[in-house]
Design a protein around this ligand. Structure first.
Ligand code: SF4
Length: 177
């Protein structure tokens, strides 16, 4: 099986993806989300992903939590609404770090759970994934995880497993919006 690094943003967005990708790839989970504010919320989402990884026997890797870098990169777009110009910068920062990790650790593929989320458009996220994967010499698994019944499957699994479901995207701006 080829090795795939799955960038994961949170439990609810990834629960329906793990099983599907594991049928085709040797999956490792990469938690790379310096956008999440405050740190207590970051820890809460991380713990949910760790719990799922343990349950499914998937390796969990955590990228350095660096909100300072995230704030610097997105400062220019702080007044944008969720879904506006700030979001592609946020996606690119996270996916670039995941692609770099994947490349340095001999992964063949990069994928992301980001297209599962509301206001997260595959038409915006997939080109960023392709671009960072090309930069680091790996392949990007293009998918829109909202499609093919995955949303319904995720809703069912979230209820069954009692997964914590946050009510904002992640950054301080989406928290206050
Ligand atoms: S709203 Fe979500 S995707 Fe957009 S910048 Fe904030 S955390 Fe990132």
């Amino acid at each position: 099986m080829q090795k795939l690094l799955l960038h994961v943003c949170c439990g609810p967005c990834s629960v329906a993806i793990f099983e599907e990708l594991s049928q085709e790839f040797d999956v490792t989970v990469h938690f790379c989300n310096s956008n999440i504010h405050p740190e207590t919320e970051y820890d809460k989402r991380k713990q949910e992903v760790i719990k799922l990884c343990k349950e499914l026997n998937l390796e969990f890797i955590e990228e350095e939590y660096n909100p300072k870098e995230w704030f610097e990169k997105t400062e220019e777009y702080k007044d944008e609404p969720e879904g506006g110009k700030r979001c592609p910068v946020c996606f690119e920062m996270r996916l670039d770090k995941s692609a770099e990790y994947a490349s340095k650790n001999n992964f063949d593929w990069l994928a992301t759970s980001l297209t599962s989320g509301r206001n997260k458009y595959a038409e915006i996220i997939n080109p960023i994934g392709l671009q960072v994967a090309e930069k680091y010499g790996i392949k990007f698994f293009e998918e829109d995880w909202k499609k093919k019944g995955r949303q319904e499957k995720a809703t069912k699994l979230i209820d069954e497993k009692g997964i914590y479901r946050q009510d904002y995207c992640g950054c301080i701006y989406s928290l206050t919006e």
